[in-house]
Design a protein around this ligand. Structure first.
Ligand code: ZN
Ligand code: ZN
Length: 154
């Protein structure tokens, strides 16, 4: 069984992320930004541009994204079960046996799709400029490279 939940990108192609250490939000560019990014190996961990702490590439979901994934996958699972029941009932119907399926499983509605505002400002680290991030406007102090964790000033 395979289903996908899509998270929205802003109009520059950035995905909102939340640091598991400092809980601040930033955005990273979703997918390769250019050829150089395409040929670079995906790092095992990314570094939070705001606090400089590293975490694995799947630990950056915002609470809103986690809630959305949970809400969206429930109905999808229920729909799969419902379709499966349909198939089963069709399978045992014949002209001798009449099978009527009474009552269907309640398939909860899909949540409204998430939207992504075009907030924050784009910054690129000098060492890995092909992997730009967006940080909250007015962020003061050093930033850290998403790819290698090196500190840089804006
Ligand atoms: Zn952080
Ligand atoms: Zn770097």
């Amino acid at each position: 069984m395979d289903f996908q939940v899509s998270l929205p990108l802003d109009s520059d192609g950035f995905l909102r992320r939340e640091c598991p250490h400092c809980m601040q939000e930033f955005k990273w560019h979703h997918g390769p930004a250019n050829e150089e990014a395409e040929t670079a190996n995906e790092p095992a961990a990314y570094t939070c541009p705001l606090c400089g702490q590293p975490a694995g590439s799947d630990s950056w979901f915002t609470q809103a994204q986690l809630d959305f994934i949970e809400q969206a996958s429930g109905p999808m699972l229920a729909q799969v079960v419902d379709d499966e029941l349909d198939r089963m009932f069709r399978g045992i119907s014949s002209k001798h046996i009449k099978v009527k399926q009474t009552g269907r499983l309640d398939v909860p509605p899909q949540p409204d799709p998430m939207t992504e505002p075009d907030d924050m400002v784009i910054v690129a680290s000098p060492c890995h400029a092909y992997e730009p991030v967006k940080v909250p406007e007015g962020h003061a102090g050093a930033l850290y490279c998403l790819v290698c964790g090196a500190a840089f000033a804006t």
